[in-house]
Design a protein around this ligand. Sequence first.
Ligand SMILES: *Cc1c(COP(=O)(O)O)cnc(C)c1O
Length: 667
Amino acid sequence: MEADNDRNLQRWLSPLFLGSYAENDELLEKVVVELLRDHVYWRRNVHPEDPPLINAMDQHSDEYLQFVARMKTQLHGLSARLKNTAPFFNPRYIGHMASDLLLPGLIAQLVTTLYNPNHVTDEAAPVTLELELEVGQQLAAMFGYNTATRHKPCAWGHITSGGTLANDESLWYFRAVRYWPLAAAAGMRDAGFDPGPLQHFDGDFCTASDWQLFNLSIDQVIGLRRELLAKIHAALSTEAVSELAAQIEAQRVEALGMAGFQQRHTDFNTPCVMVPETAHYSWEKALKLLGFGSANLISIGVNERMRMDPQALAAALALAHAEQRPVLAVIGVLGTTEYGSIDPIDKIVAERQRWRKQGLNFAIHVDAAWGGYLASIFRDASGGLITHAQLRERFRHFPSASVYHAFAELRHADSITVDPHKLGFVPFGCGAYIARNRAMTDFVSQRAAYVFALEDDQKEIEYARRFRNLGQYILEGSKPGAAAAAAWVTHRVLPLDHEHFGRLCGQTIRNCEYFFDHLQDLSAALAGQARVIMPFEPDTNLICLAINPQGNRSLARMNRFAGRIYEQLRVGAHVDMHTRAWFGSRTLVHRSALADTEAARLMQELDLDPASFTLHPDASGEQADNIFLLRHTLMNPWLSGCSGTGLNYLDRYCRYLIELVRRELLP
Ligand SMILES: *Cc1c(COP(=O)(O)O)cnc(C)c1O
């Protein structure tokens, strides 16, 4: 496939969304009404012989009419208030991570809500729970995980309310798996049970140190647990097995709590989690929530592209190793929330290979809440990885070698977060957690199952049973089937490969490339008036800009200036949306997140006094500890591709920005 011709692309895009002018209103109305009627007939046909319960005469009573009037009044009030919502669907909206919704998902969500399935268990969702698990398989395949049950490890995944919950769940699972050997050894010591030599563990299991027991890979622990259970079952009576199982369960950190566990394992330090400086704040929340404490979240420095610096990671790992500080997980971000940058996942994987040999092991989770769907650009229709050379023919700059390798090596991560409600263009309330090895679920059932070494066909039955009781294996309980149905229909209509979903995602990248290539025009137009720079070259589809009035040397003043520009682009409570010509967002780059050389480079490019960018600003009002940036999320597919109409939203936005800057510069 050659680079998309504008006209073909426009035609391809035309039925996908309701549209900024609601051009597809008839299509939406027709299908929704059709499926609404279908729902009505379904109700009537559950037991067609039952007479209606709502009396038609009552429908004309005063009380009935009064209720209807009250309801309409309130709904009209709501509808009126909703008019001040941020207009995500419009190409003038380039602020947060939201855009128009794909029609298949939108309609699926609306229609499924009428049936209201609850995905806590298949008893409350006999039809749609299966679709949720299928979505998990579709996303897993897009990331390159194995989804064939005859091969091991086999991936699984499910829908969450969003990326935050999926991130929480990743650590919840890692904790359950990686602490398990410590509990098993303690429980066996208490019971005086010696399993003898093991295939999945070198040395004497019961006398191994906590450090050794913790530094096993996810797959090793899974194998170890199965092996130990087989030994227990072979050696003990059924009664003794359940007694020992209870002893092990009682030793788990989930049973004892962090404090109780620590009291029994005084030589074992609290594990840390490593994230890049650019990580989403949900990671700090996750450490607080799970009781590890935010002090055990270690921020790894980033490079000039805002990607995790592998050398900084290596240094942090060396320190952890020297201090015998266990590393629960290293998190790589695939599409940072503020810059869209792609961490070098391949390098994180390579670091793990290296440290495993030193006895230090860690799980890898990829937070691809934003960039996960970009993986569809890299997949052909049969699921194979497209070569870098082939991809390079379709874009001007994307993907850089570093970005390509990050996507190509995703399959080595232990789990991945991805948000269908971001770059998946489905309604909010739809994130996803995907794990490389579904056997991790052995460790989290709320009803501990110490069944052992099932035959392969029995295992399939067991997994099917588990996933039918989904609420037992995930953080959430009751949850809407409508969200899963939305993602499922979307992936059915637009499969997760480069010709379908990838074509849409590819357009977001092309828009970013267009903006990137035209920034010189913006700078040239403001020459002599202000400096406009892009502090970090984009990896994907987000672009940040810094703007400094000519002659200004103080960072704090520049920030105040940019803040005034941003005020014109901002929406929020108590701002009249209709007074806005464009909708943007902003971000702050903190001095603490940058290396000295990077901070110096940015000050030089902006012609600012380097002393005005400091960790500890004085009271002069000239210094600041952060740089204020305008942030642009370019996910609307129509931003640059409206040939024939003369409407190029990115050009228009640049003209508007020039106008805003000039207006703000007036004395
Ligand atoms: C958005 C985002 C999250 C949080 O996801 P929610 O769906 O908002 O809960 C986490 N990580 C990254 C990288 C994100 O962009």
